[in-house]
Design a protein around this ligand. Structure first.
Ligand SMILES: [Zn+2]
Length: 349
């Protein structure tokens, strides 16, 4: 792996915001701040062609974020009103948050993968069922009631999701972004979310990787109550797919640009294999355990006690994804929950 975004990396190490950069003659990267997040910023990309200008992942919806986006557009000689299209790699608020405001300011279309639209649609109805279903799922994971109350999806979070824009354009695997004069192709990489997209800029040899592959951290691959497909299997398959773009420079959604996608993919595959081995070792030691018990036994970079708040939810989802993956592969045995009891997993000897 070779870091190409050296100014971005220096800024990362100095804990400051990287500069707006012109990565290619008609392509810019713009850091858009994320409030109260260790990730600090999303890398938003601007792609121009003829009279069109597409913004990829406008970033978190805040006033500071909007100003940062406007700064980036100014560097590209444009105003928010000049934007003709928005593409989101996925609908997490640090990527899709500002899309609605940008569409309002410009009349731009918004594009995403159909599976992301489905997630937005599923979370839209205004009723108590979403939180109730979520609490039921947490109980099946073995989370004690008093802890579950703090981990379950909140009305506040659901309101934020409901405020996010629905798409005008759906982009399936292999389809071109509607930007005449430029070949930017959607590559479907489910795992981090069901409809995550990478974007391949063919003539410039660039791959916009969203959160699928980042140079330093491993993206959260989590089992959620509303997922149909096991996410880790999907993610590992999507990693193999992206290794074929090794010639391309990787333009990630966070951190910094780099070359060496195949190397990075190998590291991420190895990371998940180690994680699977760790889960099996925990079950062999502890006997049958719930997902919540396994979550607390797993090693976390700064220790379980420093995993707090929403990060506990992400940690549980990650452990759940590995347990499901191992159960599907026949490497652990899952016992179906009896009424009122959580699911338990055991090592297969
Ligand atoms: Zn992100």
């Amino acid at each position: 792996m070779r870091v190409t975004g050296t100014a971005q990396r220096e800024a990362w190490l100095a804990r400051t915001a990287p500069p707006v950069e012109q990565v290619r003659p008609d392509l810019w990267s713009v850091p858009v701040p994320i409030p109260d997040s260790p990730l600090r910023y999303t890398l938003t990309y601007l792609i121009a062609a003829g009279s069109g200008l597409v913004v990829v992942d406008p970033g978190w919806n805040s006033e500071a974020g909007w100003q940062a986006l406007a700064e980036g557009l100014k560097a590209a000689g444009a105003l928010p009103a000049d934007v003709t299209g928005v593409v989101v790699t996925h609908i997490h608020p640090d990527h899709h948050g500002l899309s609605a405001r940008l569409r309002e300011a410009s009349g731009a279309w918004i594009a995403m993968h159909p599976a992301e639209q489905s997630t937005l649609t599923a979370l839209r109805p205004r009723n108590a069922d979403t939180r109730w279903a979520d609490l039921a799922w947490l109980a099946r994971c073995g989370v004690p009631d008093d802890v579950a109350a703090g981990l379950a999806v909140t009305d506040e979070a659901l309101t934020a999701v409901r405020g996010m824009a629905m798409p005008d354009v759906l982009l399936g695997h292999g389809e071109l972004v509607p930007l005449p004069g430029r070949r930017v192709r959607a590559v479907w990489t489910p795992g981090h979310t069901p409809g995550h997209l990478c974007l391949h800029e063919e003539s410039d040899g660039l791959l916009l990787t969203g959160d699928h592959v980042l140079p330093r951290i491993s993206p959260n691959i989590g089992l959620q109550s509303n997922l149909a497909e096991p996410p880790l299997a999907a993610y590992l398959r999507s990693l193999e797919l992206i290794a074929a773009f090794d010639m391309a420079e990787a333009l990630p959604g966070h951190e910094y640009r780099f070359h060496g996608l195949a190397d990075r993919v190998r590291m991420l595959l190895a990371h998940h294999e180690r994680r699977c081995d760790e889960v099996i070792a925990i079950l062999a030691r502890s006997g049958p355990a719930t997902a919540w018990q396994v979550t607390q036994e797993l090693s976390w970079s700064r220790g379980w006690s420093s995993v707090t708040g929403f990060m506990r939810r992400a940690a549980l989802a990650e452990a759940g994804a590995h347990l499901r993956h191992l159960a599907d592969a026949g490497r652990v045995a899952a016992t179906a929950a009896e009424a009122g009891e959580p699911d338990r997993y055991a090592s297969v000897t």
